[in-house]
Design a protein around this ligand. Sequence first.
Ligand SMILES: [Zn+2]
Length: 152
Amino acid sequence: MNDNVYDDKFCKQVDELLSGYVDGELSQQQSQFVALHLATCSTCQQTLTSIEELKMTIKQVSYPAMEQQQLNAVLQDLSSQRMQQFSWFALISGILICIIFAVYQFFIDSTTPWYFKLSISLIWGGIIGLFLSVLRQRLLIRKTDKYNKVEL
Ligand SMILES: [Zn+2]
């Protein structure tokens, strides 16, 4: 047996290594050296206990702090969702107002002949009708897709 390991002069070395020992950051050789010394030195055992207690306290203190961070992240996400909803609303209502205003201007314009107004109306009516029918088909396909996935 190596009696030197139990010598008091190793207490300083062990003291420096203890934090790493608790965290499991030491090499196998260092870890064995610390363990061997701890087996017989009550002073270093007490230091180990206090380090472990300190680390436990830090864990307990930092845990609620992490929860708070997660809560903040969720709240930020919620406000960004609201922001997105508002942005979509603003964008769509802006476009709608533009269209309504343009249509209104177009129809009250007395310099435009009636047949031109009629043909433009038909073209737009056709475009919107086609768009809506395609959209309807897409939605129906998606609906049946959902049921097709259900295996009986
Ligand atoms: Zn010691």
